[in-house]
Design a protein around this ligand. Structure first.
Ligand SMILES: *[C@@H]1O[C@H](CO)[C@@H](O)[C@H](O)[C@H]1NC(C)=O
Ligand SMILES: *[C@@H]1O[C@H](CO)[C@@H](O)[C@H](O)[C@H]1NC(C)=O
Ligand SMILES: *[C@@H]1O[C@H](CO)[C@@H](O)[C@H](O)[C@H]1NC(C)=O
Length: 267
């Protein structure tokens, strides 16, 4: 039993009831068949799929395997998927900044927004993209830069502008880690990233209790001199610009080493 979490072109991330994520791919020719059936957040049962070793640059989870759909793969609704599952995907700011986390994997983060820039239009390959840079801090006052694109940029900018008098705690799910000249930052990356601003949940309450007691105010600074890379890599084209690349373009180095039918048990 899995929760379907992300559909991005032909890539899906499935989360098991233990909170473990696994990367799945649906071939181009199958996306029509399954794409209409699957909605982000649905709990599903998947049967008869293939299992690959998760190698290559375009992984999205640290899981050792990834799964692929056959034309005969069965996808049905899972009715008793728990509403809360263990949180296993939060990444520590210090680990990200020290490069200890595999940057090909998508992570979740929680932080307080302490600074945000202006909403900019960035032209990438002739396409206009809204971009916002924000600075987040964790409970130990470790700060990290985060680049948000498109709708995510607007969502966070509008919320921050009109709520500057309050503390803004932000949960970002499925964000990507990027490295530029040895400096690590995070990005909304995938267009199915989820951003929650001051959600009501115990996770946020606990986070607030651990924050330094300095009532740090949020600031809105000119971000033009903040140094983060602009996105032009193949990965960025895929994740940020939603260019429709084929799986062959993306997973060039992936080899199918194992073809079998299996189920992953109490996954
Ligand atoms: C950015 O681009 C959008 C769409 O192309 C446009 O509506 C908006 O006015 C632009 N904003 C700025 C600040 O140039
Ligand atoms: C400001 O915060 C409140 C809740 O604290 C929220 O309802 C409102 O939508 C926020 N403003 C914007 C523009 O998102
Ligand atoms: C994600 O990309 C798809 C296709 O490129 C698009 O239809 C969808 O609206 C995008 N979603 C968001 C949240 O930007």
């Amino acid at each position: 039993m899995l929760r379907f979490c992300l559909l991005f072109n032909t890539i899906i991330i499935l989360t098991g009831i233990q909170g473990t994520r696994i990367h799945a791919s649906v071939g181009e020719q199958l996306i029509k068949k399954y794409g209409e059936k699957l909605h982000a957040g649905d709990a599903i049962v998947v049967q008869l799929f293939k299992v690959f070793d998760a190698i290559g640059e375009y992984r999205t989870t640290p899981h050792l395997y990834k799964i692929g759909f056959y034309p005969t793969t069965f996808v049905g609704k899972a009715l008793d998927f728990p509403s809360e599952i263990p949180e296993k995907n939060f990444a520590d700011f210090t680990d990200i900044l020290e490069g200890k986390i595999d940057s090909s994997c998508l992570v979740d983060i929680i932080g307080q927004i302490v600074n945000f820039g202006s909403l900019e239009n960035k032209s990438i390959k002739g396409k206009d993209n809204m971009r916002l840079l924000i600075e987040l801090r964790d409970h130990s006052n470790v700060k990290i830069m985060c680049t948000l694109w498109g709708g995510y940029a607007k969502q966070v900018y509008d919320y921050s502008m009109s709520n500057m008098s309050i503390m803004i705690i932000c949960i970002i799910r499925f964000c990507s880690i990027k490295e530029w000249k040895g400096v690590y930052s995070i990005s909304s990356g995938f267009n199915s990233t989820q951003i929650l601003l001051n959600p009501t949940c115990s996770l946020v309450d606990e986070f607030k209790l651990c924050l330094p007691d300095d009532s740090l105010a949020i600031t809105n600074k000119d971000s033009s001199q903040w140094s983060v890379a602009s996105a032009t890599s193949v990965r960025a084209r895929f994740f940020v610009l939603n260019e429709r690349l084929t799986i062959r373009d993306i997973v060039v180095s992936t080899l199918v080493t194992r073809w079998n039918f299996c189920h992953l048990g109490d996954y």
